[in-house]
Ligand binder design. Structure first.
Ligand SMILES: Cc1ncc(COP(=O)(O)O)c(C=O)c1O
Length: 439
């Protein structure tokens, strides 16, 4: 008698993939949704079951011009036909230089000064290199970053990051000579004045300003919960940097590339940073990041001190050039302003119906809401935020959380999403609130 193997239980495609994921991928790579993508276009995504979703996460701020933009696809396809890799340091290519030139024009300096750019592959790498450049320029060791900041998952990225869980937990010891200071958060009671006093205290107690190479700040904190740095704070930091010869680094990785209605979020405060770190929406979904900044600072590292095997990959540079053309052709910055007004209006309307939304905040189209258990004490309510996000997903909306306590819900929908898509997304979000709060 021959034995036949028992048939595998019939599962959905998603369940099969979830099982395989659990078996083959370490748990440290978290799953914000249980979805597996099949196709995406603009602000919409279809999963392997054929279900349609509105995407308010945009791959965490990478898709400011939407999924699978035909112009990006065409540029990448054309490059694919020619070559995919040479390593820029070995055999260079024009697209790298052309994209650098365009970013330099987008980061103007004071009269008489110009910008230079070089490329890497991820935001964390941009952070690492901005710090290297600032140290080489100043010949100083100290770096100052902010509470509730996020700058990446590498050793320096983690060291700079001011959010312990999940980014730093069990991963120490961290890089030395990195100091933290408070970030202004009016809703949490941290004023600009208090935050500046915190920095002065740091100079008095921990590190002399003459030993500080750089201050790195997200002009709008991303993972920390969409906290905009007040313009007055940015200006004070600029003055402090000027006074002590400290390099001012603006981390525009999440808040840049049009998200706030201007190309860079720092523009809202009228300052000019010395170095800008750029990633995410730079190349419409291809891995590309950059450091752009004052030419004399950028030139501080010796030849061979900067680079990377894949840094400024030709496919990604081709995509980056297409993205910048799309920004002009589709007036993405204007769309961001319009979208920002819409998001603020809708989120405030939601707040008036669901008062446990303690705060609606952000800048331009970088908006978030914070859920609390108690309006007076502002006790964070991460559980309810998770329930809302899950209910939204069930309704067909991908939206993700942020914040020091995981109780903020952030919106990073493509800036060129149609009004109908935005409306459909908000309808689902509102329904999710109704389901969770009225249960
Ligand atoms: C402000 C900021 N800096 C740095 C990073 C790190 O970028 P990456 O994940 O590409 O390394 C991120 C990623 O979310 C970010 O939001």
């Amino acid at each position: 008698m021959t034995m036949t193997a028992p048939e595998k239980p019939v599962t959905t495609k998603t369940q099969t993939l979830l099982d395989a994921r659990a078996q083959h991928i370490p748990r440290g790579v978290s799953a914000l949704t249980p979805l597996f993508a099949a196709r995406a276009e603009g602000a919409k995504l279809w999963d392997v079951e054929g279900r349609e979703f509105i995407d308010f996460a945009g791959g965490i701020g990478v898709l400011n011009i939407g999924h699978a933009h035909p112009k990006v696809q065409a540029a990448v396809r054309a490059q694919l036909e020619n070559f995919t890799h040479t390593c820029f340091q070995v055999v260079a290519y024009g697209s790298y230089i052309k994209l650098a030139e365009k970013l330099n024009a987008l980061v103007p300096q004071k009269a008489g000064q110009t910008s230079k750019t070089f490329f890497v592959s991820t935001g964390a790498e941009a952070t690492e290199n901005a710090i290297k450049i600032a140290r080489a320029f100043t010949n100083r060791p100290g770096i100052i970053s902010f509470d509730s900041s996020f700058h990446g998952r590498t050793l320096m990225g983690m060291s700079l990051t001011g959010k312990q869980k999940p980014y730093k937990q069990n991963f120490g010891p961290f890089a030395p000579e990195v100091y933290k200071t408070p970030f202004p958060m009016p809703y949490q009671g941290m004023t600009t004045k208090d935050a500046l006093a915190g920095l002065e205290h740091l100079f008095d107690t921990q590190v002399a300003p003459e030993q500080v190479a750089a201050i790195i700040i997200e002009p709008v904190q991303g993972e920390g919960g969409f906290n905009p740095a007040p313009a007055a704070f940015m200006r004070s930091l600029r003055n402090i940097c000027d006074k002590h010869g400290i390099v001012f680094i603006a981390d525009e990785i999440q808040c840049g590339f049009g998200r706030t209605g201007k190309m860079w979020a720092y523009e809202h405060s009228g300052i000019i940073p010395d170095l800008v770190t750029i990633a995410k929406s730079l190349a419409g979904g291809l891995p590309l990041a950059a450091v752009t900044g004052r030419a004399d600072i950028m030139d501080a590292p010796h030849p061979g001190g900067l680079g990377g095997t894949y840094a400024g990959n030709p496919l990604a540079c081709a995509a980056g050039l297409a993205v910048l053309e799309i920004f002009e052709e589709e007036n993405i910055l204007e769309q961001a302003v319009t979208q920002g007004d819409y998001l603020e209006r809708e989120l405030k309307a939601l707040q008036s119906d669901f008062p446990m939304i303690g705060d609606v905040r952000g800048l331009g189209a970088m908006m978030a809401i914070e859920l609390v258990k108690d309006l007076e004490k502002k006790t964070p309510d991460a559980d309810t935020a998770t329930k809302v996000v899950n209910a939204a997903l069930e309704g067909g909306l991908i939206v993700i959380k942020a914040g020091m306590h995981g109780n903020a819900i952030r919106i990073l929908v493509p800036l060129n999403a149609s009004h109908a898509e935005l409306e459909a997304g908000f309808k689902i979000l509102r329904k999710a609130f109704e389901t969770v709060y009225k249960k």
